[in-house]
Design a binder for this molecule. Structure first.
Ligand SMILES: N[C@@H](CCC(=O)N[C@@H](CS)C(=O)NCC(=O)O)C(=O)O
Length: 218
């Protein structure tokens, strides 16, 4: 049975999983759960994802939610040793991979998610962004990008010189910055970030997955 991905093509966390499936050329079927019509809050769906969120997968009866966990599972099961995720026998590479994973979830995602929430999702549902929140997220992101600049002046990708899942994890929310009119990831202020972002975001797999976008309505 082909792997089923339950999500929505325009949704950020669904895109995070799809780009990994595309990179590893894993056949899959996208089953649409329309969060815009609150399909994800129905009780039967909460049996698959207790928090009522998308995405989740069903891989021949094995069910899993949380986009980053799904991506790790896909890489381990379908990628072959060392493809997008280090060989677990290589302790140092694995440690650097986990360091990068932590950086993405604790330094990149909060301000970038916060800006997307204020400036893409809230307007989409007809609500105005909160300017103080926007300013706080902008300030936080600028500080975090200075850290990325140091990191990426030493290595080609965030976990070393090879592309890993963690680079791909940045794509869906990172790409929404441009939709909001920000040039943080292309700016001359952070040349190594810009070099890395151009490399990762121009991958044909991502260009394909990101060809459908949720635009701010205001
Ligand atoms: N940590 C979860 C977050 C999932 C998530 O926030 N999904 C969004 C769509 S991108 C969602 O379902 N939002 C609707 C809601 O939370 O009610 C993951 O990475 O899978």
């Amino acid at each position: 049975m082909v792997l089923k991905l339950y999500g929505l093509a325009v949704a950020t966390c669904t895109k995070r999983v799809r780009v990994v499936l595309e990179e590893l050329q894993v056949p899959y079927e996208l089953v649409a759960i329309d969060i815009l019509k609150a399909d994800h809050k129905k009780d039967d769906i909460k049996e698959h994802q207790p928090f009522g969120q998308i995405p989740w997968i069903d891989d021949d009866g094995f069910k899993l939610f949380e986009s980053r966990a799904i991506c790790r599972y896909i890489a381990l099961k379908y990628g072959g040793i060392g493809k997008l995720i280090p060989d677990p026998a290589d302790v140092q590479k694995t440690a650097l991979f986990e360091q990068a994973a932590s950086i993405e979830t604790s330094n990149f995602d909060p301000p970038v998610w916060g800006l997307a929430h204020e400036k893409v999702f809230e307007p989409f549902f007809g609500r105005a962004p909160n300017p103080q929140n926007v300013e706080a997220h902008e300030k936080a992101l600028e500080g975090r990008l200075s850290g990325y600049e140091v990191l990426l002046s030493k290595t080609r990708y965030v976990a070393g010189d090879e592309l890993t899942l963690i680079d791909l994890f940045h794509l869906s929310y990172g790409a929404l910055l441009k939709v909001q009119g920000y040039d943080y990831l292309e700016s001359e202020k952070y040349p190594n970030v810009a070099r890395w972002w151009k490399d990762v975001s121009s991958r044909p797999t991502w260009v394909k997955v990101n060809s459908v976008q949720l635009e701010p309505s205001a």
